[in-house]
Design a protein around this ligand. Structure first.
Ligand code: NAP
Length: 243
């Protein structure tokens, strides 16, 4: 029997990409998973509920129901996140700034605050950061700022959790082929496809495996950070393409 068998988890951003793959991988390991996202019709989990991480009332409702139905919480995976646009900062807008920061930063912090009181001994929080949170690349200022914030928050929370049996990990992926680019380019599928052209990007399942690795270490081991990139990517701005 695997070490995750019988545990419970909340996965945000589970309607697509890395969140969906993570929920699936956890369920395969015998974890009961409450999944959330705005597009509730796309969710697959033991408990699937609409969740907008930018809306405090939605988050409160979600956590209350999830904890009641799961009967306690062992794992929180903060997967909900997005980028908007690939423009110079001068061309970015206040509206985009609010959506990106409210989702990636405020939403992640809010869900963490709401879940923490319910976490059982040896609970584990996994935050989806990005290589954008480690090194800036051009025309991505809002996203880069949001992911640096995720890393800063994770470091700070680790300080505050010291002495409590709760582990905390950031997983920072490079290029993963998901709907991320379709969202970033506001539904322009041609631009989104070009991001993954001529390169073998990671699949969401690759990142889910990294999350499982962190979750399945012995209780005294905390994987602080896990940076994972496609072999053909050396940094946020540098990708080797075959064409
Ligand atoms: P994705 O396929 O577009 O999935 C993003 C998920 O976030 C969706 O389930 C979306 O669901 C959810 N979401 C967005 N806004 C939300 C909100 N306000 N409330 C609740 N859920 C919300 O993209 P992905 O690649 O899997 O991204 C997952 C995470 O990995 C993000 O944090 C992203 O920054 C990070 N990441 C991705 C890459 C990459 O190359 N793909 C690289 C590094 C890091 P709804 O739209 O249904 O709400």
């Amino acid at each position: 029997m695997g070490v995750l068998q019988g545990k419970t988890a909340i996965v945000t951003g589970a309607s697509s990409g890395i969140g969906a793959a993570t929920a699936k991988a956890l369920r395969r390991e015998g974890v009961r998973v409450a999944v959330g996202a705005r597009r509730a019709d796309r969710l697959e989990g033991d408990l699937a509920l609409e969740l907008d991480v930018t809306d405090p009332a939605s988050c409160e409702r979600f956590v209350e129901r999830a904890v009641a139905e799961l009967g306690g919480l062992d794992v929180l995976v903060n997967g909900a996140g997005l980028a908007l646009g690939r423009d110079s900062f001068d061309e970015s807008t206040e509206e985009d700034e609010q959506v990106v920061l409210h989702t990636n930063v405020d939403g992640l912090i809010r869900m963490t605050r709401l879940c923490l009181p319910h976490m059982r001994l040896w609970g584990h929080i996994v935050n989806l950061g990005s290589i954008a949170g480690r090194q800036a690349y051009e025309h991505a200022a809002l996203y880069v700022a949001s992911k640096f914030a995720v890393r800063g928050f994770t470091y700070a929370l680790r300080e505050d959790l010291l002495g409590r049996p709760i582990r905390i990990t950031t997983v920072d992926p490079g290029l993963v082929e998901t709907d991320f680019s379709l969202v970033r380019f506001r539904g322009d599928s041609e631009k989104a496809r070009a991001v993954y052209a001529g390169v073998e990007a990671m699949r969401p399942e690759d990142v889910a495996e990294c999350i499982l690795f962190a979750l399945t270490r012995p209780p005294h081991v905390n994987v602080d950070e896990l940076v994972v990139k496609a072999l053909a990517q050396s940094s946020g701005g540098r990708i080797l393409r075959t064409e």
